[in-house]
Design a protein around this ligand. Structure first.
Ligand SMILES: [Zn+2]
Length: 88
């Protein structure tokens, strides 16, 4: 499932005024969306320098009434596959 269904009602106030999907970022200093990042497991004898984290962009669902924000990884299968290979 690439894009799981987002909540239809707010878990905090039960409003059905949901705004989604919304991209969230760190502000003016970055145009990149917020990301979940996983770093490969350390190989024996390998340098940490070469352990490049992989980034998984997040998307948000926002309650238009109370402002509660829910985040989803855009590619959960890819993140899970890395996790099962020892990425953390
Ligand atoms: Zn709400």
């Amino acid at each position: 499932m690439t894009n799981p269904p987002m909540l239809l009602s707010c878990p905090k106030c039960q409003s059905t005024n949901r705004l989604q999907p919304i991209t969230v970022s760190g502000g003016l200093e970055t145009v990149l969306p917020l990301q979940a990042r996983l770093t490969p497991p350390k190989e024996p004898g390998a340098w940490d320098l070469f352990r490049q984290p992989e980034a998984f962009p997040l998307r948000a669902s926002v309650c238009a009434d109370c402002g509660y924000v829910e985040l989803y990884v855009q590619q959960p299968e890819a993140l899970r596959a890395r996790w099962e290979k020892g990425y953390r």
